[in-house]
Design a protein around this ligand. Structure first.
Ligand SMILES: Nc1nc2c(c(=O)[nH]1)N(C=O)[C@@H](CNc1ccc(C(=O)N[C@@H](CCC(=O)O)C(=O)O)cc1)CN2
Ligand SMILES: Nc1nc2c(ncn2[C@@H]2O[C@H](COP(=O)(O)OP(=O)(O)OP(=O)(O)O)[C@@H](O)[C@H]2O)c(=O)[nH]1
Ligand SMILES: [Mg+2]
Length: 459
């Protein structure tokens, strides 16, 4: 395997004040760089100290000046996170101390790591596959406990096991089918084809089952995006604050208060929802507000659910009718807000648009439980099924699985219709390639780069 093994380093703890800050160094020079900067009671070089041991000492400058009292963690390759020599310096969690130590490390000819580069090395060095590497980021970004559990399973290799089994089966099918092509006089075809078709059908059904539960996986991983839209002053920000149980967004009686997009996470029964409050939609000459309105519109397209908030204390206005028309084909619910004051809205007129309608008061909280229940119900009724161990959740994996299934379907058709076996082999190869993309066995280098570039700094 080609590995330049340039030694890299980065701060792996978040910027800001913390109890402890960690600088990670990975590569051939990790320990020798440590020997230059780290002073302890023992004179034994770090490379000769015990693997996975923690050592007490000080980081010092060349002139001997002490920078900080630290612990260092020694992890010898290949048994480390990156599968290379890794030295972690654990110092006090002040940003200036951490940066100073990083600077000293970099002065030793070490390069600053790119985002995701440590995990990329774990992948390139074969310690984990691509699905496992992606799981690391899923754990970091998880929005709920269920999200962590799912991602940890993927990190443990549960998805990879399923994929690898399928890959192995497909390889066997290809070999067996090739033999029937190579020795047509042996009549192997009559024995092999029905058997392979049966197994292929099973595998294809298993994939279909996984794809059926992928929606759940995606909801657990990414949450459900609920975009709050409506005219100015309808009470959108009040609704956000109420669901969040926190005064996050500014609420005033001035129409056009919210201009930017405000996102906040909540969990209901362990399911993560991303709430998005937006600017009230209206025609305006205000430059800033106009951008906000455009953003509010564009977020409608990213929503799993749109909550169209109407001020129930008024009659339905023309602008509201226009909005109702605008979202006609989108997954939207109408919220009749301000139910604490007398309602002048004709509920029937709104129901005629075909959306579910909920009355509530964002100000008093009355009816908010009904909305929370409806949100949960939406999730449960859209095929919520955590079931087995393996939940596809990542769009890249879902797309690969879908294409693999389609290729298997084509191969099955060929086999069952008695068409030339060569054609089936081509499709089985394609299924094999698609599934291999999930674990990254033969995924293109630029795609790998792209995946890791989305990781956070220090991971
Ligand atoms: N301080 C610290 N904490 C951390 C990490 C880290 O890198 N440093 N991790 C990540 O950022 C996570 C732990 N992940 C790790 C994964 C594999 C190995 C590792 O050394 N694996 C070897 C040996 C395993 C063994 O001793 O049995 C291997 O797989 O060969 C270490 C950490 C979470 N906590
Ligand atoms: N009576 C009553 N007033 C409410 C209710 N919800 C919001 N309001 C009031 O309506 C006004 C506008 O509320 P906001 O939450 O700022 O409305 P918005 O839709 O975010 O408005 P923009 O950000 O300007 O688009 C404020 O004065 C709120 O106190 C409610 O349930 N009942
Ligand atoms: Mg607002």
């Amino acid at each position: 395997m080609c590995s330049t093994n340039e030694t890299i380093a980065a701060i792996v703890t978040p910027p800001g004040e913390s109890g402890v800050g960690i600088i990670r160094i990975s590569g051939d020079q990790a320990f020798s760089v440590g020997d230059v900067l780290f002073r302890s009671a023992s004179a034994v070089p770090l490379a000769q100290r015990r693997d996975k041991s923690v050592q007490y000492g000080h980081i010092t400058e060349r002139n001997g000046a002490v920078i900080d009292e630290v612990l260092v963690l020694i992890m010898k390759g290949p048994h480390s996170y990156t599968a290379e020599d890794v030295l972690e310096i654990q110092c006090h969690g002040g940003i200036k101390v951490i940066q100073k130590i990083l600077t000293l490390v970099l002065e030793q000819g070490v390069r600053l790591a790119r985002p995701g580069e440590f995990t990329e090395r774990a992948f390139v060095n074969g310690r984990i596959d691509l699905a496992q590497a992606e799981a690391v980021m899923d754990i970091i970004q998880a929005k709920s406990e269920a999200g962590v559990t799912r991602a940890v399973r993927q990190l443990e290799g549960k998805l990879s096991e399923v994929v690898n089994d399928m890959l192995q089966n497909l390889t066997t099918f290809i070999t067996r089918l090739e033999v029937t092509v190579d020795y047509p006089e042996e009549d192997l075809e009559e024995i092999e084809v029905p058997d392979i078709a049966g197994s292929l059908q099973e595998m294809r059904d298993a994939l279909e089952n996984m794809l059926g539960r992928a929606r759940t996986g995606k909801m657990i991983r990414d949450g459900i995006t609920v975009v709050i839209n409506g005219l100015p002053n309808a009470g959108k920000s009040s609704l956000l604050n109420r669901l969040l149980e926190e005064d996050k967004a500014i609420v005033t009686e001035v129409p056009g208060t919210t201009r930017d997009v405000i996102e906040a996470w909540i969990t209901l029964s362990g399911i993560p929802f991303c709430l998005v409050d937006t600017a009230g939609i209206r025609k305006t000459d205000d430059k800033v507000e106009r951008i906000g309105v455009a953003k509010a519109r564009s977020y409608m397209d990213t929503a799993d659910i749109i909550l169209l908030v109407l001020d129930g204390s008024h009659r339905l206005q023309e602008e509201e009718k226009a909005l109702l028309q605008e979202i006609k084909d989108k997954p939207a619910w109408v919220i009749l807000n301000k139910s604490d004051v007398s309602s002048r809205m004709d509920k029937k007129e709104i129901e005629a648009y075909g959306f579910p309608v909920l009355s509530l008061s964002a100000r008093t909280g009355k009816g908010i439980e009904g909305l929370q229940k409806a949100l949960l119900q939406y999730v449960l009724s859209s095929g919520w099924n955590t079931g087995a161990d393996v939940l596809l959740a990542n769009v890249r994996h879902i797309e690969a699985a879908r294409q693999a299934k389609a290729a298997m379907d084509r191969a099955l058709h060929t086999l069952q219709a008695g068409l030339p076996i060569d054609l089936a082999i081509i499709d089985i190869r394609e299924a094999w390639e698609m599934l291999g993309d999930i674990t990254g066995q033969h995924v293109r280098a630029d795609i790998v780069k792209e995946i890791f570039s989305r990781f956070c700094l220090g991971k």
